[in-house]
Design a protein around this ligand. Structure first.
Ligand code: NAP
Length: 238
């Protein structure tokens, strides 16, 4: 009898209470992977609590608010010396509705930049040691086509657009800085998805988006590091 030991991967996903984060967690758990996820409030994360009851040790939940400036330490302490094979920076906000030229304001803007741009890099910095311990060494940032400068045909949306454009630049620098460590860093567009953020008129379901993104994740490696990729596997312009 030929026995093959299948190593379970350990996957970290932020913003897993609902939407794409929750969809990714459910998909990975179904695939028998080990998942660590973050949510802002465990007691209010009903779906995650149900997942925990069903999957027990395969799911760990860390309480993390990216607006808390201590969040890098909190996540790093939660992980300890755990190996992380795949890290998906998913948590994000669209921000206040006043985002056109005449209505945009500094406080709303800064809050979105903290959640979508600054915290994702700082938490990555704090847990890079955990990713270095893996042989997979993959980091994905959930960005948005709305952040593509080349794709911007309709203007406006200053706050959300600029947060994702800047995130894409962070991804590029990080892909270069982490290349010597063999860590790949990729920017992923999930599609326009029916979540609270995407709204009911969005084009695809959470399942379609998640299935696509998981395929992209399986089919990409260090040679794709520094790319901006759609959930269907096509390259996107910066
Ligand atoms: P969503 O349904 O609004 O979910 C956002 C998630 O981020 C929630 O779990 C939320 O936690 C979490 N979050 C918000 N602020 C946070 C903070 N300060 N600290 C920690 N977590 C926080 O949105 P989604 O559609 O799933 O979006 C997921 C990612 O995809 C985002 O980065 C978004 O920009 C990107 N994206 C989405 C679409 C789309 O069409 N849906 C398109 C392009 C890109 P709570 O549940 O506690 O609020």
């Amino acid at each position: 009898i030929c026995r093959r030991t299948v190593m379970m991967k350990k996957i970290l996903v932020t913003g897993a209470n609902r939407g794409l984060g929750l969809g990714l967690v459910k998909k990975f758990l179904k695939n028998n992977e080990k998942v660590i996820c973050t949510t802002r409030n465990i007691s209010k994360s009903k779906e995650l609590i149900l997942c925990k009851e069903k999957y027990n040790d395969n799911l760990e939940i860390c309480e993390l608010d990216l607006l808390d400036k201590d969040s890098p330490n909190i996540l790093s302490n939660f992980l300890g010396d755990e190996t992380i094979d795949l890290f998906i920076n998913n948590a994000g906000v669209i921000g206040h509705s006043a985002q056109h030229f005449k209505s945009v304001s500094s406080n709303h803007w800064l809050e979105v930049l903290k959640v979508n741009l600054i915290a994702p890099l700082l938490i990555t910095q704090s847990i890079i040691k955990n990713i270095e311990k893996s042989s997979e060494r993959k980091i994905y940032f959930i960005s948005s086509k709305v952040g593509s400068i080349e794709d911007n045909k309709s203007g406006g949306m200053y706050i959300y657009r600029s947060s994702k454009t800047a995130l894409n630049q962070v991804v590029k620098s990080l892909s270069i800085d982490l290349k010597p460590l063999g860590i790949s860093v990729i920017s992923l567009h999930p599609g326009w998805v029916r979540t609270e953020m995407g709204g009911p008129n969005a084009l695809i379901s959470v399942e379609e988006s998640v299935n696509g993104m998981v395929d992209v994740i399986s089919n990409t490696s260090i040679i794709n590091s520094g790319q901006f990729i759609n959930y269907d596997g096509t390259r996107l312009p910066w």
